[in-house]
Design a protein around this ligand. Structure first.
Ligand code: DMJ
Length: 599
C-alpha cells in the first residue's frame, strides 16, 4: 500500500513525466527501425511506378558484423624463390598502372595511357577504382584500397536524364567489384553501395519477358535498347551470380526473383533447332530465341560460364543450372569445336544454323573464347561424373590460346584469328575437322596416346609449317581470358607449365604494352614488335589480367576454388548456403541443400 502510494507520488512529478515521455519516444523510434527496412531511408529511390515493390528486410541475423582481418602486405609473396619475385613484379605493374590512372584520370572511369587523359566510358562513377578494389585487397595494397573506399562512400550512381548505364558492364564491373570487395573486407559501405546499385538497375528487368534490356538510367528508371534491339544471351545470364549473392546478403527477394525468372525462360526454351546451344539474341517481348547464331565468344561467353558458377556459388545446390551447363558443354564440344590438321590446334568457334539444322561455322577464334578452358577445368574438378573430354578440351584449348601468344613476334595475342586449314578427314570443308570426328577415330584405334589436340608442352611452331590461322582482329586489348585459363589450369592440375606460360605473357606485356608514367596500353598489331599502341587501358586490365597473373604466381592460395567463385570480371564471391528460413522466404525449391544438411 505504502509502496504503491509513493510510486504514484513519484509519477506525478513533472520531471519524471518528461523523462518517461522521452523514453517512450526513444522506444517508439527503435521499434520503428527494427520493423521497417532501414536501408529504405538511405538508398537511391528508383521511380516506384517502374519497379516491383521491395519487401522489408527479413528479420534474420546480420550476415557479417566484423570487418575482415587484413593479411599483411607481404604474406603472400614473402617466400624466397622465383614465383614470389614474379608475384611482386605483377604487384609493381599494378601499382604503375593504378598510380598512372590516379595521377591523370581519377575519379573518371578509365585512363587513356598515351594522351594521359581521363575518359568516362561507363557512367563516370570511377570505374577503374571500383573494378580494382579487390585486386588491391588481394595484393595487400591497403592504402590504395582505403582511398578507393572513400570514393565508393560518396558515389551516388547518378546520371543525366538522357544517359544510360549499360546493364551488362555495370553489373559485372561495378556491382561485381563492390560485392567482391565487400566479401573480402566486409566493410559495410560496400554492401550499402552494392544494394543501392542493385536497386537502381532493377528497371532493366521490367520487360515483358523478364530478360534484361541493354541499358538503364539509374535515376529516372528509363531504359534503352542496344544496337541489336533485343536481349543478349550473355546479358541475360551474366547477372545471376551478382544478384543472387546480393539477395543472399540483403535478404531482398526481388533480387532473387528478377534473375531466377530469366533462368526459367532458359530452362523452358526450346533450342533443339540449334543443337541445344543458346542463340545470341532473344526477344525482349516473349523470351524466345530470335537468331540462329550460336557462339562461345562475344554475346554468349559468360552465359555458359554462369551456368556452372551458379551451381558452385550456391554451395552446389542449384542442380538445374549445373545440368544446363553439362548439356551446353556437350553441345559446344559436339558442334563448335574443331581441330586443325597439321598442328592439331583445338579451337571453338561460332556458327549460324540453317533451317535443316546444319551448322555453318565461321572458324573464327576470339580471344574472348579463351575463358572457356578455365570454366571447363573448373567443371572437370567439381562436377560429379564429368566426361573426361571436358578436361581434355580445357588443356587443348588453353594450349591453342597460348600458341596465339607464343607464335606472335610481340609475344601478345591478336584479338580474333581465322583458323584456316585443310582438313584431313572430312573434305570438302576448306577448314579443320570437328573434334568429335577425330575423337571417334582415336577411340576406334584403341585410344592410343593423348587424345587429339591434347599434348604435352611443345615448342612454338617451326618456321616451315603454316601457322594455320590468320589474325583478323590484329590488336591485343590487354584482355585477361588466356591468363585466366592458365590460372585455373595451374590450380586444377598443378602443372607448372601454366605458370611459366603466364610469366611469358607478363614479360611480353612489360615489353610491348607498358607506357612511361601512363600505365599500360592496348597494342594495335600484336604481330609487330614495338608497334603502335592504342590510347586505351580498359579497367579489366586492373580487375582481371593483373589479378589472375598475381594469383598465378603467389604460392599461397588466397582464393581457393572450392570456397570462392570468380564472376566474369574476375571478382571473387564466396560460396554460400541458403538457410532454411531464407529458402522459405525466397521460395527456392530446386535442388536445395540447407546449412543444416551440410553442417
Ligand atoms: C571483361 O569485361 C569480362 O571478362 C567479360 O566477360 C568479357 N570481356 C572483358 C575482357 O575481355
Amino acid at each position: 500500500m505504502f509502496a504503491s502510494q509513493s510510486l504514484h507520488g513519484v509519477l506525478r512529478r513533472p520531471l519524471v513525466r518528461i523523462i518517461l515521455l522521452c523514453l517512450f519516444i526513444v522506444f517508439l523510434f527503435v521499434a520503428l527501425l527494427h520493423h521497417t527496412d532501414p536501408s529504405s531511408f538511405f538508398e537511391l529511390a528508383p521511380p516506384q511506378d517502374r519497379l516491383p515493390s521491395i519487401p522489408p528486410r527479413p528479420m534474420g541475423p546480420p550476415r557479417h558484423r566484423v570487418k575482415a582481418q587484413r593479411p599483411p602486405v607481404d604474406s603472400m609473396a614473402a617466400h624466397d624463390g622465383p614465383w614470389a619475385e614474379r608475384a611482386d613484379a605483377v604487384r609493381g605493374a599494378f601499382l604503375h598502372a593504378y598510380q598512372s590512372y590516379l595521377t591523370h584520370a581519377a575519379p573518371h572511369d578509365e585512363l587513356k595511357p598515351i594522351s594521359k587523359l581521363p575518359v568516362d566510358n561507363f557512367n563516370g562513377w570511377g570505374l577503374s577504382i571500383v573494378d580494382s578494389l579487390d585486386t588491391m585487397w588481394l595484393m595487400g595494397l591497403y592504402d590504395e584500397f582505403d582511398a578507393g573506399l572513400a570514393v565508393v562512400t560518396n558515389v551516388t550512381f547518378s546520371m543525366p536524364p538522357d544517359k544510360y548505364a549499360p546493364f551488362f558492364e555495370t553489373v559485372i564491373r561495378y556491382l561485381g567489384g563492390l560485392l567482391s570487395a565487400y566479401a573480402l573486407s566486409q566493410d559495410p559501405i560496400l554492401l550499402t553501395r552494392a544494394d543501392d546499385l542493385g536497386t537502381a538497375l532493377l528497371p532493366a528487368f521490367r520487360t515483358t519477358s523478364g530478360l534484361p534490356i541493354f541499358s538503364v538510367n539509374t535515376v529516372n528508371g528509363r531504359v534503352a535498347k542496344g544496337w541489336a534491339g533485343d536481349a543478349g544471351f550473355a546479358e541475360s545470364l551474366t547477372c545471376q551470380l551478382e544478384y543472387k549473392y546480393l539477395a543472399y546478403l540483403t535478404g531482398r527477394k526481388v533480387y532473387y526473383d528478377v534473375v531466377e525468372r530469366i533462368m526459367d525462360v532458359m530452362y523452358e526454351a526450346n533450342v533443339t533447332f540449334t543443337g541445344e546451344l543458346f542463340p545470341v539474341l532473344w526477344s525482349l517481348k516473349n523470351g524466345t530465341p530470335i537468331s540462329r547464331t550460336v557462339s562461345v565468344g562475344s554475346s554468349a561467353d559468360s552465359a555458359y560460364e554462369y551456368m556452372l558458377k551458379q551451381w558452385l556459388l550456391t554451395g552446389r545446390t542449384d542442380t538445374k543450372a549445373r545440368d544446363l551447363y553439362i548439356r551446353s558443354v556437350d553441345a559446344i564440344l559436339d558442334h563448335l569445336t574443331y581441330l586443325t590438321p597439321n598442328r592439331s590446334l583445338l579451337y571453338v568457334t561460332d556458327a549460324t544454323v540453317d533451317i535443316h539444322g546444319t551448322f555453318n561455322p565461321s572458324h573464327k577464334l576470339e580471344h574472348l573464347t579463351c575463358f572457356l578452358p578455365a570454366t571447363l577445368a573448373l567443371g572437370a574438378v567439381t562436377l560429379p561424373d564429368v566426361p573426361p573430354r571436358h578436361m581434355w578440351a580445357a588443356r587443348a584449348l588453353a594450349h591453342t590460346c597460348w600458341v596465339l601468344y607464343a607464335d606472335s613476334p610481340s609475344g601478345l595475342s591478336p584479338d580474333v584469328v581465322l583458323m584456316r586449314s585443310t582438313p584431313k578427314l572430312a573434305p570438302p570443308s576448306p577448314f579443320g575437322d570437328l573434334w568429335v570426328t577425330h575423337l571417334k577415330q582415336w577411340e576406334q584405334n584403341g585410344s592410343q596416346g593423348d587424345p587429339p589436340g591434347v599434348r604435352s608442352p611443345e615448342s612454338v611452331r617451326d618456321t616451315d609449317t603454316l601457322p594455320e590461322y590468320t589474325p583478323i582482329g590484329k590488336g591485343y586489348l590487354l584482355r585477361p581470358e588466356t591468363v585466366e585459363s592458365f590460372y585455373f589450369l595451374w590450380r586444377t592440375t598443378g602443372d607448372v607449365m601454366w605458370r611459366e606460360r603466364g610469366w611469358e605473357v607478363f614479360e611480353a606485356l612489360e615489353r610491348e604494352a607498358r607506357v612511361e608514367s601512363g600505365g599500360y596500353a592496348s597494342v594495335e598489331n600484336a604481330h609487330s614488335v614495338g608497334g603502335l599502341k592504342t590510347d586505351e587501358m580498359p579497367s579489366w586490365f586492373l580487375a582481371e589480367t593483373l589479378k589472375y597473373l598475381f594469383l598465378l604466381f603467389t604460392d599461397e592460395d588466397p582464393i581457393p576454388l572450392d570456397r570462392w567463385v570468380f564472376n566474369t570480371e574476375a571478382h571473387p564471391l564466396p560460396v554460400f548456403h541458403w538457410s532454411v528460413w531464407e529458402l522459405e522466404r525466397l521460395g527456392i525449391t530446386r535442388g536445395v541443400k540447407t546449412e543444416q544438411d551440410t553442417s
